[in-house]
Write a protein that binds this ligand. Sequence first.
Ligand SMILES: O=c1[nH]c(=O)c2[nH]c(=O)[nH]c2[nH]1
Length: 294
Amino acid sequence: MTDTASKTSGRRIVLGHTNYGKSDIRLVKVFRNPGRHEIKELRVDVSQEGDFAAAHVEGDNTGLMATDTMRNTVYALARDRLTGSAEAFGVELVRHFLEAAPRANRVRVSMVEHLWERIEAGGKPHEHSFVRAAGERTAEVVGDEEGNFSVEAGIDDLLVLKTTNSGWAGFLRDRFTTLPETDDRILSTVVTSRWSYGGATDLDFDRLWEGIRRRILETFTDHYSPSVQFTLHRMGRAVLESFPEVERIHFSLPNRHHLLYDLERFGMENPGEVFHADAEPYGLIEGTVERSAS
Ligand SMILES: O=c1[nH]c(=O)c2[nH]c(=O)[nH]c2[nH]1
């Protein structure tokens, strides 16, 4: 913290933590392999921490990298160094900024990858046409000038649903409880997940991400779910058991309620067929599954 030399009520006013960077850098790279183009679309945020007090307090910008330069750097480095995963590109960017920005001592690069799937045309994968795939992939790399790195990956916006094999019963009943117990309901959620690879910067991040996504989806299907809470833990445990590279995994799981619509009023039966998809409010179940210290 920096003393700004101002005084009010006897307590010094100081500059607290600061960071700055460029957000929402939209990058698309086409890999023009003959006969089979590939595409990568990233939204990149760059954030630097360091000794920026002179800029804030004195208006002295000496040694500050312009955020405009950060944006240019992302595109320029993408030319030769975006060759594989977003995580690997993030590591390259963080290394570059730590070296190039004299006042930065910690750099964070966060990325959201919008996924494109190849279109099948006439029963064949098309050479250069794609359709937006479900869900988004995230990656975040943080590095400091001491050489400490952390790499985190994740999933956003992956909507899943199962039509049975889920219930919610045995919960607390008090005078405000109206919800009936059920052993057969629709379970639906939008998976947001983040997992940590610790300090490893040279893993096969694409293989891991694909495998972890598949493991989460398989686990969603493979059991009777007595609650979103139970399914959260089971998905997390499955990922940690299958992927020793993962240190911990966090889930944010909104409960997308599907309420059986009352057709009795019209003299009709509704044996679990017609539902109202309730938008709000929604339950929100969040939690981390991790390896214990011992
Ligand atoms: O899986 C659930 N967990 C809850 O905590 C909860 N609360 C609720 O009303 N329905 C559900 N379902």
